[in-house]
Write a protein that binds this ligand. Structure first.
Ligand SMILES: Cc1ncc(COP(=O)(O)O)c(C=O)c1O
Length: 388
């Protein structure tokens, strides 16, 4: 059968085959401690869950407007104004999507032609390059390094430009590196964007996860940038609602209009129950999040202490909930490290990036005590056995 299937696969499918990798959280292996999860482990506030349940009881089970419920778009506009300093028209400049993932797919399918170049600071979230490939575009990784704590530098960006450069993808706080781009850096990047007439996709889904003195800046809020930025966000990370599948993007009205055929062809509209949860979530204060963030800050300290002790270099996490470390002192490449760690120490981790990520591993703050401590001990013992 496999060989029959082979001959029918599109070039597109062949290009991305296997790139989804392995789902870390696959159930059924109780002895394995997952130190690499991408899913927040807190329970969202009850009022959010109740809004979802209530909407079902009230029989809200049909398609919504393609753009999303107008009440939700109002709530999103309020949130963008309040948290991000962005003024957007809820009627024309917001599209509610089935997670940030659909927002990325819809945006890139709307913007890219074969031959267009997409600049992606790397290592990066693998989906960016996968979606760019599906759209037939060329991925240009912009190398970021441990020396710079994996921050995108204006110099590296300039060196990667060509006449075909069209889209720049920014994600701050970053998955997998935990890097938060400083406003001063973003302003320098904005100058290049303006000069070279680029369009920016700013993925801000980790905006609420900030440590020490890190601050989040929305790229579209910088002077002149709103007209050339697609801001993507979702309820997955900020509200631990990964399974409800609701996100949104804001962009210039004409671009949203051009996106609609793609959005409609893929999903018609975002899940209605999730949209009602999102109205409640985005209309309220986030005071409830402070103790949760404090707990993640505690876990971050445990991770950093464990890596110091194992003498594995790492990027100090400034935001998101990942810890990106160098496994090369063990003498293993990323894939072998991950494979052997799982088989020999029952710890699951992912390589967490592609493009310039070789030799690095992505840890996550989403494991609770005492399993976190236990997992970190297993990791340290494994590294010691490797003779690092
Ligand atoms: C950087 C980044 N963007 C987008 C997504 C997709 O998020 P969503 O669940 O909103 O589709 C993820 C999920 O891990 C992510 O890490």
């Amino acid at each position: 059968v496999a060989s029959t299937v082979e001959q029918y696969l599109s070039k597109r499918a062949q290009a991305v085959r296997g790139s989804a990798g392995r789902q870390l959280s696959t159930p059924g292996e109780a002895q394995v401690i997952n130190l690499g999860s991408g899913t927040p482990d807190f329970r969202p506030p009850e009022f959010v869950l109740e809004a979802a349940t209530r909407s079902l009881t009230e029989g809200k089970i049909h398609y919504t407007p393609w753009l999303g419920l107008s009440e939700l778009r109002e709530a999103i506009a309020g949130k963008l104004e309040r948290d991000n300093g962005l003024s957007v028209d809820p009627e024309t400049e917001i599209l509610v999507t089935t997670g940030a993932q659909e927002a990325l797919m819809t945006t890139l399918l709307t913007l890219l032609n074969p031959g267009d170049e997409v600049l992606i600071p790397s290592p990066h979230y693998t989906v960016y390059s996968r979606v760019a490939s599906i759209a037939g575009a060329t991925v240009v990784p912009v190398v970021t390094t441990l020396q710079d704590n994996f921050a995108l530098t204006p110099e590296a960006l300039k060196a990667s430009l060509s006449p075909n450069s069209k889209v720049l993808i920014l994600v701050s706080p970053n998955n997998p590196t935990g890097t938060v781009l400083a406003e001063a850096t973003l302003r320098q990047i904005a100058e290049i964007v303006q000069e070279r007439d680029l369009i920016v996709i700013s993925d801000e889904i980790y905006e609420h996860y900030l440590f020490d003195d890190a601050r989040h800046t929305s790229f579209a809020a910088l002077p002149e940038m709103k007209a050339r930025t697609v801001t993507i966000n979702s309820l997955s990370k900020g509200f631990a609602l990964t399974g409800l599948r609701v996100g949104y993007l804001s962009a210039p009205a004409a671009l949203i209009e051009a996106m609609l055929p793609f959005h409609h062809a893929m999903t018609i509209c975002a899940p209605v129950t999730a949209q009602y949860a999102a109205i409640a979530a985005l209309s309220a204060s986030r005071d409830w999040f402070a103790p949760i963030l404090a707990e993640y800050a505690r876990r971050r300290q445990l991770w950093m202490a464990a890596l110091e002790q194992a003498r594995l270099p790492y990027a100090k996490p400034q935001g998101a909930y990942y810890v990106f470390f160098d496994c090369r002192p063990t003498g293993l490449d990323s894939a072998t490290f991950v494979e052997r760690l799982r088989a020999e120490a029952q710890v699951a981790l992912g390589t967490g990036g592609s493009g310039a990520g070789e030799g690095f591993i992505r840890g996550s703050l989403m494991q609770r005590s005492p399993a976190l401590e236990q997992g970190l001990e297993r990791l340290a013992a494994f590294v010691a056995r490797c003779g690092a």
